[in-house]
Design a protein around this ligand. Structure first.
Ligand code: SF4
Ligand code: SF4
Length: 145
C-alpha cells in the first residue's frame, strides 16, 4: 500500500486516493443456516459495513479510514506499517482492478434475504417453529415390551 511501483516504473499509488487504506476486511465462516444468514443481514444493516465472498472465502468489511493515512493519501508510518500492508499486492489492488473481482457482494439486508431464501428455501423473517423431540419411536419400543 502507498508508494508501490507498477510495471511501467511510475508510482501507481500516486494516482490513487489510497483506496486500500480506507477499510478493513475480516474473514468470517460461510453461513450454514438461518441464524448465520440473519447475523450477516444484521452486519450489513450498519453504515459502512458490507459482506463479500472472494475465492469461496466470506469476509465482513468495514469502511474505516486508517488513522495513519496522511491528507496527501500517503502512509504516515511507512517504515513501520503493519505486515498486512507490506504484503498487499498493488498489481491486484482495489485501484488497479484487473482480476480483482468478488464472487458475491452484500451491501444491504434485502440482498442477504434474497440470497438466503434461494439457499434455504425459506424467508429469514419467518423462522421455523422450534424443533420438538419426538419420542414416538421410543414409546413404541416400550409399548411393545
Ligand atoms: S489501492 Fe492500490 S494504488 Fe491505491 S494506494 Fe492501495 S496499493 Fe496503491
Ligand atoms: S498503516 Fe499505512 S499503509 Fe497501512 S493502512 Fe494505514 S496508511 Fe495504509
Amino acid at each position: 500500500m502507498s508508494r508501490s511501483l507498477d510495471i511501467a516504473g511510475s508510482v501507481l499509488c500516486e494516482h490513487c486516493t489510497a483506496a486500500c487504506c480506507r477499510y478493513i476486511a475480516l474473514p468470517i465462516d460461510k453461513p450454514r443456516g438461518p441464524r448465520d444468514y440473519d447475523d450477516i443481514r444484521w452486519y450489513v444493516m450498519h453504515e459502512g459495513v458490507s459482506v463479500f465472498v472472494e475465492e469461496g472465502q466470506w469476509y465482513v468489511q468495514f469502511q474505516a479510514r486508517c488513522k495513519n493515512l496522511r491528507p496527501d493519501n500517503l502512509c504516515g508510518i511507512y517504515q513501520t506499517r503493519p505486515k498486512i500492508c507490506r504484503e498487499y499486492e498493488p498489481h491486484e489492488c482495489d485501484y488497479a482492478g484487473g482480476a480483482y473481482t468478488y464472487d458475491l457482494v452484500f451491501t444491504h439486508a434485502g440482498q442477504v434475504e434474497a440470497y438466503a431464501r434461494q439457499k434455504l428455501g425459506a424467508d429469514l423473517g419467518e423462522p421455523k417453529p422450534p424443533r420438538r423431540h419426538h419420542r414416538i419411536g421410543a414409546a413404541a419400543r416400550h409399548s411393545g415390551a
